[in-house]
Design a binder for this molecule. Structure first.
Ligand code: B12
Length: 242
């Protein structure tokens, strides 16, 4: 086969196709940097103590706000989204107070395992294809647990925008995308960030039963059911009794 005259463009197109072939639902490319506004907001979030007991958010905050501090070789980031939308309205369960409600993301196989397996397969193909194109490329993969600001990266990669509930919302998949990344040592052209489409809608804010949003686009984790039931070390009986 002839060597490609545009190896980076070929590599980028290959990665997008390969990610979709692995079963990811959304793919985009971001620069290996987080906008300063997001890094400032992280510092404010931590200074306000909104992370509660999640001391691990303070550890390596410098790496969290700068992918190149986490991995100096990083030049671009391939962000993937995995759709986990349920086939029914999960809010219907709220009319049945005798039944416990499990958050939708926790009802299936652990998404970390599923996405890491897919990203690992993708990483293998990426390294082989880069070598074939004469690019040479190292990769590192992340899903949720590393000090990476996944939402701002996903926004930069054009997957969606950060909504008023602070999660990334996609025009195609709504709030139902879990995120993962492949950090790449090759600089590839980034996608265009998606603008904010929330407008005057505030349904996600008023739906929260514990009023965890001090303002649109801001979450106080200490009031969030996800935090109280997973991350908080003390008893949350008093807060959750309703
Ligand atoms: C810590 C954490 C939590 C904490 C705190 C959540 C939070 N919002 O920070 C808790 C335990 C509460 C939590 C809960 C959930 N989480 Co969580 N969590 C994370 C984690 C590890 C870090 C998030 C982070 O950096 N927080 C720090 C603060 C500073 O970030 P932030 O809230 O996004 O703050 C931004 C806004 O405030 C914004 N901002 C501030 N002011 C303003 C003003 C304007 C005008 C604008 C536009 C923006 C803006 O700028 C900040 C920086 O970007 C990420 C994985 C990762 N490594 O990124 C997953 C992650 C965010 N979680 C995820 C999920 C799915 C959930 C849950 C839905 C799980 C569930 N139980 O059902 C809930 C959703 C609750 C919610 N509304 O956020 C997904 C979200 C996917 C997506 N589409 O966005 C992630 C990305 C994991 C993943 N790999 O898929 N989570």
């Amino acid at each position: 086969m002839q060597p490609s005259p545009y190896p980076k463009e070929s590599f980028r197109a290959f990665l997008r196709d390969a990610a979709l072939a692995e079963g990811f639902d959304a793919v985009g490319f971001a620069p290996a940097s987080v906008p300063s506004r997001a890094a400032d907001a992280l510092r404010d979030f931590l200074a306000e103590g909104r992370h509660g007991d999640m001391g691990w958010m303070e550890t390596h905050a410098d790496r969290r706000e700068d992918p190149q501090t986490l991995w100096p070789e990083a030049r671009s980031v391939l962000v993937v989204g995995q759709n986990y939308a349920p086939g029914h309205d999960p809010l219907a369960l709220l009319d049945r107070p005798e039944r416990g409600a499990i958050s939708v993301y926790a009802r299936n196989k652990d998404y970390h395992d599923l996405m890491k397996a897919r990203l690992r397969a993708l990483a293998g193909k990426a390294v082989a294809e880069a070598a074939r194109l004469g690019l040479g490329c190292d990769v590192k993969l992340f899903v949720d647990t590393a000090p990476v600001m996944e939402k701002p990266l996903a926004v930069q990669a054009g997957l969606g925008w950060q909504g008023k509930h602070t999660n990334m919302v996609s025009r195609s998949f709504g709030s139902w995308l879990l995120l993962g990344e492949l950090f790449l040592s090759v600089d590839l052209a980034p996608d265009t960030p998606e603008p904010d489409h929330c407008g005057r809608c505030s349904r996600c804010l008023t739906a929260c039963p514990t009023a965890a949003f001090p303002a649109p686009y801001q979450l106080d984790a200490r009031r969030c059911i996800a935090y109280l039931t997973i991350e908080h070390k003390a008893s949350s009986r008093r807060t959750c009794a309703r």
